[in-house]
Ligand binder design. Sequence first.
Ligand code: THG
Length: 262
Amino acid sequence: MLVIGERINGMFKDVGKAIADKERGVIQKLAKDQVAQGAGMLDVNVGPAAADAVEAMKWLVEVIQEVTDTPLALDSTKPEVIEAGLKLVKKKALINSTTAKKEKLDSLLPMAKQYKAGLIGLTMGESGIPRDRHQRSEFAARIVSACMEAQVPLEDLYLDPIILPVNVAQAQAQEVLESIREFKLLSDPSPKTVVGLSNISQGTKSRSLINRTFLVMAAVCGLDAAIADPLDKELMDGLITAELILNKHIYCASFLDARRKK
Ligand code: THG
């Protein structure tokens, strides 16, 4: 499974402050540490407070790329912020994200094509957050057909069923797991699937335990990628162990040491 490091997000106090005060070292350490602990991609989100989001995205992308060439997921609700990042990336990037709304698809699909970027499709539309697996599939199908029309390769599409916090929307977690299975049936080649893992535990105690348990369950359903915290060692060990049991790698007595990043 691809782990997309979630920590470079202005939603976190340390990162919000680093963006405001231009503290390169704070961002560069988070970039290096996440990669060292197993992130195959880094999410980059300037957060809600950034005074000039376009400038903040440019600064983050440049500062991160000075210390790693790990690909970046450009995370913003504003297409102009995403495009500012796309202009600077050295590796194939992931646009995070479009929704099934027409105006979002109309601006982000041509961007994915022009910059040869991957694309996350959040399965929500005009009516907002999906109610159940059926609405998720409906939005997913709209995103898949829009990609086909715009000639964005389906191999580049990651569908996101949208995880909600288990303390306020308990029944949704199972809907998300079913959606991960169902999205695979929408097209050939299948779209990939991704979740923003830490959403599930927002506002709860035992965050790490809830995140780790859900990630293992989602792995069984065939989840391809998770925006998650690779600095959570127990999360990463849980994932390695789930993938062992799913026969993704060969057992040996030291399977954890063998798969852990040094
Ligand atoms: N799907 C996609 N992209 C996403 C999400 C998603 N990007 C953002 C988010 N969801 C995934 N990333 C995070 C990052 C942080 C947290 C949750 C998800 C988080 N932050 C602490 C909180 O809110 O309690 C911040 C507290 C602190 O300062 O320490 O939980 O679903 N495509």
